[in-house]
Structures are given as structure tokens and as C-alpha cells.
Write a protein that binds this ligand. Structure first.
Ligand code: FAD
Length: 644
């Protein structure tokens, strides 16, 4: 056994570097600054996050709502009723707050008005992608057409300062021409949104305006799936949570009853509304902007997004239908339309949803529904999905058995509920703090080049959406192989994807860095820190035909067998050189050892840990073709980026 290299103590390193290599020391400082600047402004202190958990904002809002009472608490019915729509509930069908607002307006013979605030400050602070904002505007245009058919005015405005948004909303609601006394909205579970909602409620109360919020995002509202005999009752492990969630929807199918569509306003409402609008309110009726400053897509990307993720409720329903009635195909990879008239329609038993149990992890086929952009923006509701599932299955209850394709898919849709429940019960997760507090101290690498190299992953950037398996593999690669802070990856996904959703994205990243809520009491965590994806075997499983790699990495198109997944490890140096393909960025085996060392000893700085490998140790040498298997260059398509 070769003797292990003894590491110098950290102080020795610093002094040595400072004295003899001032440029290197300067560079190290720059890296540290970059890292702090990129991550830490967004991460709350541990104390602040703990305080937030202790003063749960959803509970505070719910108790304020209880104190306020129902809409009858404000007896003056006003001159109109407002439904305040947000970017998470962009549909007319099965929209709880909209439905209730419409019923209330009808009962009081008042016109219904829809208010949509555009809040760039919130989008920036939540790392919304330009793609998601573009999708929001496209859906808003489609909604405007549908609302106008019902004679319902859509009032929209851009409000740049997020802090003063509550004030602006209440001011508009009470302004001449609108004069509403009742506002209905759906709940969001992010900390900032909950606090904003409470501010709107309080400022409304000062002006005798009633503001009600509805649980609409999940099938079972947060807090609805409870462990018996515990403090908050919130589950932190998915499997028992899902068993109870499944029983609940079986025992009480009204949980996914759809809410009635909004009723039309009396004829002429639109005309008289715009005739009576005065002052600033005239602007509320203006055309929906083409883009929002700071969130503009370039023309090519905008066109591609329109084709791949068409907006509107009708498009969402077609994507859902296609998943239930068409066959999976390897031709539907990359930025392609989610449904086409010539899609192969199949008989019962063979559709994508029915073979989901077998194919869901296949990245080389369109094995999943691609409904996430619609669910995230609320263009389709999870209740609509369960209603569709029940009808399709022809059974008495919604299937939840994982062996059954449809049941397995329902289990995935439930993950979305689960992560929202976690977000609502443990708000610290949306403040940059891991759920599993023991991983607060993991020491991350601070080399910006690693993150930049990872970011060039081709699927991540191409279509604004990525297969779940690819998300899992690439997030694991960043947080384990490269040991880059998960929060940087979390933010990058949000900035890239059209379906960027705080609860699911955060949940996915926490799971990848082993700080999910999945730590079981027995200690058997489904994703413990020492279970580190082997990129080669993962790629072989997710892409057995190689179509996915060939699609996204054309340089490797002509390779066969193992060489396709690991060209560096399976080709001769001359053959590899001829490919013109970059070197692998890390050695899998060594990177794995380093990750285990680092996760096992959270809080221990790399140089202090016994003999764990350093960043230089795990790099693949440019000159020597190593005997051990390397992290495969061919997995660029999965986000395993190689450096030239
Ligand atoms: C690191 C990471 C980040 C992620 N970020 C997001 C995100 O920002 N937005 C997002 O919607 N999903 C996210 N997911 C979950 C999942 O990858 C996507 O929901 C899924 O790939 C969307 O494709 P689909 O609609 O074809 O899914 P399908 O397999 O058809 O599933 C149907 C729906 O169920 C829900 N769903 C499925 N799997 C999950 C899951 N693991 N967690 C939560 N909900 C799920 C989604 O709403 C999805 O649209 C992330 C996963 C990981 C590992």
C-alpha cells in the first residue's frame, strides 16, 4: 500500500500560499468571494430559519383568516367582486378561489373582476426563469380571451416594488370603478407569499375590505395528512405519508371534486367597465406586455418554448390526453411538440401512462407526461388529473398501486403534494436551509469553474424541461461528484426551467444532497449520503438504447456499446482524441470517496479531514490514461460535463 500523503495544516497552506504564491492566494480569495456572493445572500441564518419554523407563516395566516370570518363579515357588498389571480393558478376550470368569487358575485348580483399583479421583484427574488415568465404571459393572453367571452374584465399591472404590492392591491380593489369589498385568492405556500398575503389581509381589514384565501394547489391541503400522536403531525417520510394520502382520497373522493366554472357577467359588463375606468385604472385594461424587463427570451428560444410548451388550458388538456392515449416513442426527445395529430394512438393497455411503471425512468423515450409546466403554473389542477385518472381506469377508486402504470403515476403526482406539505410545515427549507440539520455544515468546493462546467449540460439548457431521472443524476453529480453547494444547482434549475417550482425543485435538490425529509427512524434513508450514483451505470439504465446521448451529444453518435457511455474509458487514446470530445472532469471512484468523507464529517473543513482527496487529487490527468474508470464524458447529456 502506498503511504498516504500527509497534508499540511490549513494555516501552513495559507501562509505558504500567501508568501510564495500571492497570485494564487488572490485567486483563492476571488473564488471565496464568488461563492459567498453567489450563495449566501439568499441563505438565511440558522436562527432566522428556526424562528420561521417556530412562527409558521401558514398557521399565522390561517389564524388571521379564522379571526376575520367568512365574506359576510363585511356586510357592504360593494360594486364588484375581485378574484386575485397569481402565477400559480392560471386557469378558469376547477379554480377554487375563482369559483367562490364567481358564486359570491352571482349571489350579490355584482360583476366579477379578475386582477393579475405582475411582480418582477418577486420573480427575481424567487429565481423565476425567463421561460416561466414568458409561459405566464402566454397563459395570461389565453385567459384574457376566455374571460372576455364571459364578459369578465382582466385587470393586470406591473408593480416593480414587491414590498408595496399589498398596498397597491388594496388601493386598486377600493378604487372608483371597481369598489370591491370582497377579494378571493388561492394560497401559495412560500414564506414570502404567505407573509405578503397576510399583509394584504391586514391592509384590507383597515379599509373594510374582506380578503379570503383558499387551499387550491394540492389535492389534500397541507396539514391534512397527519401522523397521530406527534407535535405538528407533519410527516417527513414519503411512503407512510403516501399510504395515508391514498386512503384519504379513497375514503373521501370529494377531495378531488372539481369546482364549478365561473359564471358569465351580464352582457355589456366589459364595455361599461372600460367606459367607466378612469385615471390609473385605464392602464389596468391595457394589452398584456410582450415581455417583462429582465425576463426577456431571445426570439429563437421564445419560438421554441411556444412549440414545445404551448400555453392555455386547452393545450394542457391535450398534453394530458396524449399521455393517456398515445404510445411512447424515442423520436420525441429534446425540444419537440408534446402532442401531434399523427401521434400513434394506442388501444388500452399500451399507452404511456399504462406502461409508466416500466418506462418512467427511461430518458430515451417520452415516457412521462411532461405536464409539469402546466401543473406548476396551475394551468391544470391535480384534481383534474385525478378525475381524469378515475374515469380512464374505470374503477371505483383512483388506483394508487405502484405496480400499475396509472397507480404509479398517481404516486408521482402525489410527490408534488408531499413537497408542498413539507414547505408549508417546515418553512426553513425555502430559506436555503437543509431539512436535515446535520448537513448544514457540509464543506463545499468553491471553484466557480466546476459550476460553470456543469451548467453547460445540453439537456438542461435546450428545452426548459428535463426528465426526472436526468434531474436526479445531474443534481447528484453536482452535489456529490463536484461537491458544489446544492443551493447553486437549485437556483440554476429555477433559472432555466419552465416548470421551476420552489417546493418540488427544493425537494429534489435536498434529496440529491441527502438532506431530504426521507430519513427513516430505522436509519434507512432511501438516499443516504453514501449512496452515490455511478454515472455510467445510471446512464446505461436510463438510456439503454443510447438514443438520449446520441440526440444531445452528436459527437458520440457513431459510438457503440460501452464506449457510448464512457468513451474515455473504452477507447484508445488516439480514438478518443479523434472524437474531439472533452476530457472527463472527475474520476468517479475518487470523487465518490471524497464525497463520502465530506458528508460523513459535516463541519470539518477539507484540509482538516484526515486524508480525504483534494480537488486536484480527483481530477483526471490530461496526460495519463488512467486504469481506473473515469466519470464518463459521454454523460454530458445528463449534465456530466467535461472540460476541454
Ligand atoms: C433536482 C430536481 C429538481 C426538480 N425540480 C422540479 C421543478 O422545479 N418543478 C417540478 O414540477 N418538478 C421538479 N422536479 C420533479 C420532477 O423531476 C418533475 O416534476 C418531472 O420531471 C416533470 O416531468 P413530467 O411532468 O413528465 O412528470 P411525470 O412523471 O409525468 O409526473 C407527473 C407530475 O407529477 C409531479 N411529479 C413527478 N415527479 C415528481 C417529483 N419527484 N417531485 C415532485 N413532483 C413530481 C409533477 O407535477 C409532474 O408533472 C425535480 C426533481 C429533481 C430531482
Amino acid at each position: 500500500m502506498p503511504e498516504k500523503r500527509k497534508k499540511p495544516l490549513p494555516d501552513e497552506v495559507d501562509e505558504d500560499v500567501k508568501r510564495h504564491k500571492p497570485e494564487q492566494a488572490e485567486k483563492e480569495n476571488e473564488k471565496e468571494d464568488w461563492f459567498k456572493g453567489s450563495v449566501y445572500p439568499r441563505v438565511s441564518t440558522v436562527e432566522a430559519a428556526d424562528r420561521m419554523d417556530a412562527n409558521n407563516p401558514l398557521e399565522l395566516l390561517e389564524s388571521a383568516l379564522k379571526k376575520q370570518g367568512g365574506p359576510e363579515a363585511v356586510s357592504d357588498a360593494g360594486e364588484s367582486v375581485v378574484y386575485w389571480m397569481n402565477m400559480e393558478d392560471m386557469r378558469l376550470k376547477d379554480n377554487k378561489a375563482l369559483s367562490k368569487a364567481s358564486a359570491y358575485a352571482n349571489k350579490n348580483k355584482l360583476p366579477l373582476v379578475v386582477l393579475f399583479p405582475i411582480s418582477p421583484g418577486d420573480y427575481k427574488s424567487h429565481d423565476r426563469s425567463a421561460r416561466r415568465i414568458d409561459f405566464m404571459l402566454r397563459n395570461l393572453r389565453s385567459l384574457k380571451t376566455s374571460l372576455h367571452e364571459l364578459e369578465i374584465p382582466l385587470l393586470q399591472f406591473i408593480h416593480p416594488t414587491r414590498k408595496t404590492l399589498p398596498n397597491r392591491i388594496i388601493q386598486i380593489v377600493g378604487s372608483p370603478g371597481i369598489k370591491a369589498r370582497h377579494v378571493f385568492a388561492n394560497l401559495s405556500y412560500e414564506v414570502d407569499e404567505l407573509n405578503r398575503n397576510r399583509a394584504v389581509l391586514e391592509q384590507g381589514a383597515d379599509k373594510r375590505i374582506w380578503v379570503g384565501f383558499e387551499h387550491d394547489r394540492c389535492v389534500v391541503p397541507p396539514g391534512g395528512v397527519k401522523k397521530k400522536g406527534t407535535g405538528t403531525g407533519a410527516y417527513t417520510v414519503y411512503s407512510p405519508w403516501f399510504r395515508q394520502w391514498g386512503s384519504m382520497i379513497h375514503e373521501d373522493p370529494s377531495l378531488f371534486d372539481e369546482y364549478p366554472n365561473p359564471q358569465p357577467n351580464p352582457k355589456g359588463t366589459l364595455e361599461s367597465f372600460s367606459a367607466n375606468a378612469s385615471g390609473d385604472n385605464k392602464d389596468l385594461l391595457k394589452d398584456i406586455p410582450d415581455y417583462i424587463e429582465g425576463f426577456q427570451l431571445d426570439k429563437t428560444d421564445a419560438e421554441q418554448m411556444r412549440a414545445v410548451h404551448p400555453g392555455g388550458e386547452h393545450a394542457a388538456e391535450r398534453v394530458l390526453e396524449a399521455f393517456f392515449h398515445t404510445k411512447s416513442s424515442s423520436k420525441k426527445l429534446g425540444p419537440v411538440r408534446p402532442f401531434e395529430d399523427d401521434d400513434e394512438v394506442v388501444k388500452k393497455g399500451n399507452s404511456r401512462v399504462e406502461v409508466y411503471s416500466d418506462e418512467r425512468d427511461r430518458a430515451d423515450r417520452n415516457s412521462t407526461s411532461r405536464l409539469s409546466p402546466y401543473l406548476t403554473s396551475g394551468v391544470l389542477s391535480p384534481r383534474q388529473i385525478l378525475t381524469h385518472v378515475l374515469k380512464f381506469s374505470g374503477k371505483k377508486t383512483v388506483p394508487v398501486d405502484k405496480k400499475d402504470g396509472v397507480g404509479n403515476w398517481v404516486g408521482e403526482v402525489a410527490w408534488r403534494d408531499f413537497y408542498n406539505h413539507i414547505l408549508a410545515a417546515f418553512p426553513r427549507v425555502s430559506m436555503g436551509q437543509p431539512y436535515n440539520v446535520k448537513y448544514r455544515g457540509v464543506q463545499w468546493e468553491t471553484d466557480p469553474e466546476l459550476l460553470e462546467a456543469w451548467k453547460t449540460g445540453k439537456t438542461m439548457n435546450a428545452q426548459g424541461w428535463m426528465h426526472n431521472r436526468a434531474r436526479m443524476i445531474s443534481s447528484s453529480f453536482l452535489t456529490k461528484h463536484l461537491l458544489v453547494d446544492w443551493r447553486l444547482g437549485e437556483r440554476y434549475f429555477m433559472n432555466q426551467f419552465i416548470d421551476g417550482d420552489l417546493a418540488s425543485n427544493n425537494g429534489g435538490w435536498r434529496k440529491s444532497m441527502s438532506s431530504s425529509c426521507l430519513v427513516q427512524k430505522t436509519g434507512s434513508d432511501p438516499q443516504p449520503y453514501f449512496r452515490i450514483f455511478n454515472p455510467t451505470t445510471q446512464a446505461e439504465k436510463a438510456d439503454p438504447t443510447g438514443e438520449y446521448i446520441k440526440h444531445f451529444v452528436p459527437e458520440l453518435r457513431n459510438l457503440k456499446g460501452k464506449a457510448l457511455y464512457d468513451p474515455y474509458g473504452h477507447l484508445s487514446p488516439a480514438e478518443f482524441k479523434k472524437l474531439g470530445y472533452p476530457m472527463p472532469i472527475v474520476d468517479h471512484k475518487k470523487a465518490r470517496e471524497r464525497a463520502i468523507e465530506r458528508y460523513k464529517n459535516p463541519g470539518v473543513k477539507p484540509d482538516e479531514s484526515a486524508d480525504g482527496p483534494t480537488q486536484d487529487d480527483i481530477k483526471v490527468s490530461n496526460n495519463v490514461k488512467p486504469k481506473v474508470k473515469k466519470s464518463p464524458a459521454g454523460l454530458e447529456s445528463f449534465g456530466f460535463i467535461s472540460k476541454a
